[in-house]
Ligand binder design. Sequence first.
Ligand code: F6P
Length: 361
Amino acid sequence: MAQIKKIGILSSGGDAPGMNAAIRAVARKAIQMGIEPVGVIGGYKGLVDEDLKPLSSCDVSNIVNRGGTALYTARCLEFQTEEGMNRAIATCKRNNIDAIVAIGGDGTFRGATDLAVHGIPTVGVTGTIDNDITATDYTVGFDTAMNTVVELVDKLRDTCESHSRINVIEVMGRHCGQIALCAGIASGAIATIIPEVPFDEAEILNRIKTAREDGKRGMIVMVSEGVFVKDGQGNEIPYGEVITNKICEMGLDAKFVRPAHIVRGGTPTLRDRLTATKMGVKAVELIAEGKSNLVVIENDGKIESLDILFALTADRMYKGKLKDGDLDKFSAEDIKAMEAISEKRRAEIAELYAIANDVAH
Ligand code: F6P
């Protein structure tokens, strides 16, 4: 095994609070192990364009507490082409980059696998507010995002209570309702609507009507951005807007709120800084051991790693997106493990959803 002397660090896809703590941890742990860290600016685009920055210990000072990513991020279509990949590999070779730590979500890990296939060892660290990578219990950024939503709802509560109004709040999460579900419980929503669980619109509207009759003034309806209905032309209409109109049609005052990217910014919480740091350290240890094509995950509170392809396939299995042949490379034991991961996630969501409804009104 060739000794690892230099590693590149990049963040890619949507930024997430805590990414900086991961960058800092990777850089500092590498330096501590005698490995030179180099920052790749703007995700995979930085590899394609050879935009690099050597990182000293001081360069990563004062970022553990900052949201966003100090290495910047971008979605890079060129990296997905053969020419872009060749340029990225050439950048690694010219600059003696022996391995890459890639921080991000599933798109980032697909890129990491491509690099590994082309001979550049890579390890991924999960960073996305969505917590939508099924093979890990946790992705860096999730806790901060949930806390931001709770803080925003607390502010909304002040005003909707004063005005006897219903605020419908739509939160990010792409196709995953976890931010909405957890923040809905923590902020006392009367209804939480997520893509993973079918809901009964009439029952929700009735719940709101009954609560008002019972004397409840302000109410919060939490909707995940992944819930849509189709209009006559087949266009997807965000469900948060739809239910706001339906509440108004019942003669109640309702307003729709979409904080959008505000939920992705801000000071990372302790949970995100700590997990990012643990994951960053683990990523460097794995690389120094000569491992590649792994993603660092959290499993029942422990920091572990999984083969990236296994993790991505388990994710597709849970999301019902498996394509023909996807499972061919895996043993029966692997497939069983993937099924167990999907089941664990389903059970977790079902339990939280039941709790949300138990305390809704
Ligand atoms: O994946 C993070 C995320 O913020 C999702 O919650 C959201 O759907 C998406 O990214 C928004 O992407 P963009 O920043 O490209 O608008």
